[in-house]
Design a protein around this ligand. Sequence first.
Ligand SMILES: Nc1ncnc2c1ncn2[C@@H]1O[C@H](COP(=O)(O)OP(=O)(O)OP(=O)(O)O)[C@@H](O)[C@H]1O
Ligand SMILES: [Mg+2]
Length: 245
Amino acid sequence: MRTNIESLDWNAGNLIRSRDKDGRKTVDDVFDESTLKNIQQLFHRGVISTLENIIATGKEANLFRAKTLDGRNRAVKIYRQNTATFRKLEKYISGDPRFKSVGNNPRERVFTWAQKEYKNLHSMRASGAKVPEPFHVHKNIVVMQYMGWRFRPYPTIKELTPEEPETFLGLILDSIKAYRSAGISHGDLSEYNILNIREKPCIIDVGQAVPKEHPLYDELHRRDMNNMHKYWKKYIRELKLEDLK
Ligand SMILES: Nc1ncnc2c1ncn2[C@@H]1O[C@H](COP(=O)(O)OP(=O)(O)OP(=O)(O)O)[C@@H](O)[C@H]1O
Ligand SMILES: [Mg+2]
């Protein structure tokens, strides 16, 4: 059963105590024991001081809005440490020369995955692509720039169609060109992973992105561009796949 997690006290010192008080079961649905510990460690390191609200719950990860000690918002992506997550990630990790010596243990694999998302955010951002700024990675947790209002993330382009499709698509292509020039394929680019921030794009969900050396590099990019074409031709009738260069 999903829980009264809204009513939990997310402050550093109280997270564990709340769990004890409210009973193990409720919180365990959201955080396993080791994740709770990892969050505590982020509190202790001063990376974040509170978890504010849940932004999204997915199959592989949960997203929270958090606050730093000085009151800035952060997005905190917490990967689930289960075999389903680990299986899904596997094909994107093996073949990536950046992560050659990762352990076989599923939990360590998920840590590697978080590292991968963090590094991908860095490289894509360094290339000039519009992605959230990465701040910290620890075990199964990635802390990054929060893109949203107080209680709600900015909409995806699936939720809020851009007002001027040609202009918006042009901006996305600038970002794609940027990360391609750095030798990266996103690997899950779709209307679900592009935010519409006051008519400017921000690309998210980059855990599966792979570098040039990876065997899936070309195939993933081809799939991404097909997804883009399928979405954008609804708004730009004459758009051809070849135009998305
Ligand atoms: N940096 C961010 N700032 C604000 N909201 C974010 C941020 N990153 C992600 N989100 C929100 O969380 C949702 C899920 O994020 P993301 O796509 O990275 O996770 P996911 O678990 O891989 O999702 P899925 O498996 O559904 O693609 C996004 O649709 C968006 O609403
Ligand atoms: Mg997503």
